[in-house]
Design a protein around this ligand. Structure first.
Ligand SMILES: [Zn+2]
Ligand SMILES: [Zn+2]
Length: 247
């Protein structure tokens, strides 16, 4: 069993160590056909990429494709930025972005003070009340409904949600739920809900060093433990059937 591609890798454009070419070379060495470079997005408060870097990233990607022969996609790992599920993209960003991952990250620039107070502050302080979990869930649901997203990265990590509600909508909208190479917070009950709703998972490394590209052992533990069939893993042995995000 081998994954077709790793759709979550970082480079020094955010805070990864391996360059675009390093990541592509390791991917090729491990037999992957494709990777996505998904540095932290514009709304990240500490190490998000800037729009002025787009041209350089695109050039690095072009060179890495030529040097390795594998397909290298220009992606991003954006952030939830508001209670109603906004993310940090602008009109026009989809002209260069091929993969849009979205996750919860502590150091995100919130859309407004209210979003900071009601989304980031309580989660960062781990005030996980029932009401907070409802707010978190609505944020992710609205994002799936309204934003151009392919993959939800490390769902629930640092921002607990009602996984079952999200599983239903993600399935309907063909949004993939990541089994992250480093951090997975799903409980057995969450996994049961995800399986019940026929979730499409995707195995990614979230590599911040080149040698970790393609390392999906953390997610594979869940695949084995919960008997997730290959047909429910978007990148298992085949190219994922990514949703069309240009809507
Ligand atoms: Zn992340
Ligand atoms: Zn990441």
């Amino acid at each position: 069993m081998i994954i077709y591609g790793d759709y979550h890798t970082h480079t020094p454009y955010s805070h990864g160590k391996g360059t675009v070419l390093d990541n592509a070379m390791v991917a090729k060495g491990k037999g992957l056909k494709e990777i996505a470079i998904t540095d932290h997005g514009f709304s990240h408060g500490a190490y998000g990429i800037k729009r002025s870097q787009i041209e350089n990233i695109a050039m690095d990607i072009q060179k890495a494709k030529q040097a390795t022969g594998i397909n290298v996609l220009f992606g991003i790992e954006e952030n939830f930025t508001s209670l109603d599920g906004k993310i940090g993209l602008k009109d026009g960003d989809l002209e260069f972005l091929q993969i849009v991952n979205v996750g919860y990250h502590k150091l995100t620039k919130a859309n407004s003070f209210r979003d900071f107070r009601e989304l980031f502050l309580p989660n960062n302080l781990k005030w996980y009340t029932k009401r907070q979990i409802e707010k978190n869930t609505i944020c992710v649901l609205r994002a799936i409904e309204t934003q151009p997203i392919h993959i939800i990265t490390h769902l629930g990590v640092g921002m607990p949600v009602n996984v079952e509600e999200i599983a239903k909508l993600a399935k309907e909208k063909n949004v993939f739920i990541e089994l992250n190479g480093k951090r997975i917070s799903f409980t057995p009950a969450d996994m049961e809900a995800l399986m019940k709703h026929d979730t499409m998972f995707i195995l990614n490394s979230d590599a911040h060093r080149a040698e970790r590209v393609g390392d999906v052992r953390n997610g594979m533990r869940y695949v084995i433990k919960y008997h997730i069939p290959d047909s429910n893993i978007a990148n298992m042995g085949k190219r994922p059937n990514f949703r069309n995000i240009k809507f």
